[in-house]
Design a protein around this ligand. Structure first.
Ligand SMILES: *Cc1c(COP(=O)(O)O)cnc(C)c1O
Length: 419
């Protein structure tokens, strides 16, 4: 089975020859249309807000596209908060969902009036001490044994995130007693989940919990945030989650639980990342070598520095060999990078047409958790990122790292005195 590309083959060949490979390229049109689909699906809600999880693709051009579409930023570190500020995304357009949080990060989040989403009950006095308690505070819930998770995050009971059920009640009680007047509730239990009902079930779980807390403590909620986690069809046979179906499920639960609990109107939030940019990114690379030993190998000019997911999770990323789409996939290859690490492979035992050096490989679905996860092992530098604008023009939105970038933290001057 194949996956379609938003570019013509001529375009890709021309880009692969005019820019140094590898590079990631993002499809602005796809990103915008998908963002509008999501927001349209939730037009029934009194208020709906998506916070794009910055970690998945921390590029200011993408954050700006989202800002223009009415989407904010979900940040979890100092760098991500700073990036949001640099893009003019501040205040309640930022959700700060961190864990093991340093004091400085709470201070910055507080100074920019971001919505702080606490990961632990002990963070209440910690935050109070370092930045004071804001008006609005959200709590991250971890249902533990009450829910099962999936492979990337693992079972909630084993996950490091969030408050237990008892701590949620205790936490709001403490916050209320300290004068906090606006409350949020958050959970994120799965990642890359293709069953839309799982997400609806998370919403139901949070709605029910909010209703219970509200009844017991006499508080109202400003917002409920279902987190990220909606998956994307990395395999060509898989089907994308339908936003309209998820929305319909959440709407039914809202009417059944939130309205009778007297919690309407409530702001409904999400922190999707993979489903927002994943399918709209492509890693373009060239085949350098074909090697035949006990197996057949294609060695690319890209490596794990450009895309970690296959090595990290055994994740499948579809590959299109440009211009060979209609040739029979009657060869089997391991598609590798050049790291001195045997798991530096984009695909194992992948059926492909016969490959020759110079073939252009497009690795699909790299728009989220792709470039951003990269690292510099073996001194491999991370690639450029390009944006294909809606008019078909191409803009470099991040240059490739150079050896000077890589060595910038080393003190070669000091070496003279050292020896
Ligand atoms: C990673 C993350 C997200 C985004 O997850 P996706 O699976 O990419 O949608 C959202 N919220 C938090 C707190 C995260 O850590």
């Amino acid at each position: 089975m194949t996956k379609v590309l938003p570019f013509t083959n001529d375009e890709i060949v021309e880009l692969a020859n005019s820019h140094k490979t590898p590079f990631h390229i993002y499809d602005e049109k796809g990103i915008r249309e998908n963002a509008r689909r999501l927001i349209r699906a939730f037009s029934w809600a009194p208020e709906f807000y998506e916070y794009y999880a910055v970690k998945a693709n921390p590029n200011p051009y993408l954050l700006t596209i989202f800002k223009q579409e009415g989407i904010g930023a979900d940040c979890s570190s100092l760098a991500e908060l700073s990036l949001a500020i640099r893009c003019g995304i501040t205040g309640e357009d930022v959700m700060f969902t961190s864990n093991a949080t340093p004091a400085l990060e709470f201070k910055v989040a507080s100074a920019m009036s971001a919505i702080i989403n606490l990961d632990d009950i002990t963070h209440i006095p910690f935050l109070e001490e370092c930045a004071g308690l804001p008006d609005l505070i959200s709590i991250r819930y971890n249902p533990g044994p009450l829910r099962t998770g999936n492979a990337i995050i693992g079972n909630p009971q084993e996950a490091k995130y969030g408050f237990t059920r008892e701590q949620v009640f205790e936490g709001y009680k403490i916050l209320k007693s300290k004068g906090v007047s606006r409350f949020g509730l958050h959970a994120m239990m799965a990642s890359n989940e293709l069953n839309g009902q799982y997400y609806v079930d998370t919403a139901i779980m949070l709605f029910e919990l909010a209703a219970e807390v509200s009844k017991e403590l006499g508080i109202k909620f400003d917002l409920i945030n279902f987190g990220g986690g909606i998956g994307i069809p990395y395999h060509p046979e898989q089907k994308a989650v339908c936003f309209d179906e998820v929305s319909a499920g959440i709407k039914a639960a809202y009417e059944k639980i939130i309205v009778p609990a007297g919690l309407h109107p409530l702001k409904i939030c999400m922190e999707l990342a993979r489903a927002m940019t994943g399918p709209y990114g492509f890693l373009v690379s060239k085949a350098l070598h074909i090697k035949k030993t006990y197996k057949n190998y294609v060695g690319l000019d890209a490596c794990m520095a450009n895309l970690m997911r296959p090595a990290l999770y055994g994740a499948y990323h579809h590959i299109t060999v440009v211009g060979k789409e209609n040739q029979p996939a009657d060869y089997m290859y391991d598609v590798t990078g050049s790291l001195c690490e045997n798991n530096d492979k984009f695909a194992i035992d992948r059926r492909l047409p016969e490959i020759v050096p110079g073939d252009i490989f497009v690795i699909h679905d790299t728009g989220a958790h792709g470039h951003s996860m990269g690292f510099n092992y073996n001194g491999k530098t991370r690639s450029a990122e390009l944006l294909r604008r809606e008019d078909g023009s191409v803009l470099e939105i991040r240059r490739a790292e150079t050896l000077s970038d890589l060595f910038a933290t080393l003190d070669f001057e000091g070496l003279g005195k050292f020896c």
